[in-house]
Design a binder for this molecule. Structure first.
Ligand code: ZN
Ligand code: ZN
Length: 298
């Protein structure tokens, strides 16, 4: 009998350990540290080290308590690692946005006001301007439960709070499984919106704690401001806002390409797959090679 109980306990221990490993692998895969399909995939240990390094944890290569605690935090659904360099950006500075639906937790007026203020955080420091439109905007915003048509289903309460696609996709999704609040303790729509709009404009995650673009959410922050790093990165892409008059501007620029004029799509269905321009990582190389023009990689 004793032997039987002991054996059962061992089995439970093994199951628990395996489950923890599988969860960590799933997590690392979801957020770009581990790519099971990559030709030169890194080991799980190296992926854990990379995650620990990105999140300013002690780099041990094992999922210790601090690592588990960090992984358990609510966060953005976009990956931290993409497996490529460079970024995409909008080629115009006046952008429209529209709502695909309404939030179940908050009034329509409150949501629209909050989103307007979230856009203003970015337009205050750059030449960008945002206006809401009743038609389909360059940027579309929605609140969704679970699967919602973009191959990135939400997970209900906790963990992933929202995700957004890089230019020129313009799709921003909030997880309706969360209980959203505005500028108070809880899951603050304002802070999450400012973060997701950062992605919409082309910013990736930052590993500097305290930045808007840090991937995890540590709770409501009164008087939220862009971090110096957020400001520097967005101004690098879209220029520094100068003065309040109409001015003559400094030119809109034509991107960072080489200007050889050879930028083109190699396949005909790029427009249907813009969501894959930047993520998930396994699609990136294909999209870069096949849909360079549509994805604005050049
Ligand atoms: Zn994010
Ligand atoms: Zn979505």
């Amino acid at each position: 009998m004793m032997l039987k109980v002991f054996a059962l306990e061992c089995l439970l221990v093994v199951v628990v350990i395996c489950k923890a490993d599988i969860d960590a692998e799933d997590f690392l895969t979801s957020f770009g540290y581990l790519n099971r399909n990559a030709f030169n995939r890194v080991s799980v240990t190296d992926a854990i080290k990379d995650y620990q390094s990105f999140n300013n944890l002690q780099v041990t290569g094992v999922v210790d308590e601090n690592t588990k605690a960090e992984m358990a935090k609510p966060r953005c659904g976009n990956p931290d690692r993409h497996g490529y360099n460079g970024y995409s950006k909008w080629t115009k500075t006046t952008l429209t946005y529209s709502f695909r639906n309404k939030c179940e937790d908050l009034s329509d007026v409150a949501v629209r006001q909050t989103i307007r203020e979230a856009f203003k955080m970015w337009s205050d420091v750059t030449h960008l301007a945002f206006t809401e439109t009743s038609g389909k905007g360059d940027i579309t915003i929605g609140f969704h439960h679970n699967s919602h048509g973009d191959n990135s289903p939400f997970d209900g309460p906790g963990r992933v709070l929202a995700h957004a696609y890089f230019p020129p996709e313009g799709r921003l999704c909030f997880d309706e499984g969360e209980r959203w609040v505005i500028k108070t303790t809880g899951t603050d729509l304002f802070e999450i919106a400012v973060h997701e709009i950062g992605h919409i404009l082309g910013l990736e995650h930052s590993n500097i704690q305290g930045t808007i673009m840090y991937p995890s959410y540590s709770g409501y922050r009164p008087n939220l401001q862009l971090h110096q790093d957020d400001r520097r990165r967005i101004q690098q892409m879209y220029g520094v806002k100068t003065g309040t008059g109409t001015g003559t501007g400094t030119g809109t620029g034509t991107g960072t390409g080489t200007g050889t004029g050879s930028c083109s799509d190699k396949v005909t269905d790029c427009s249907k797959n813009l969501a894959y321009c930047r993520s998930p990582p396994q699609w990136h190389d294909y999209m870069k090679a096949s849909c360079a023009k549509s994805c604005r990689f050049c």
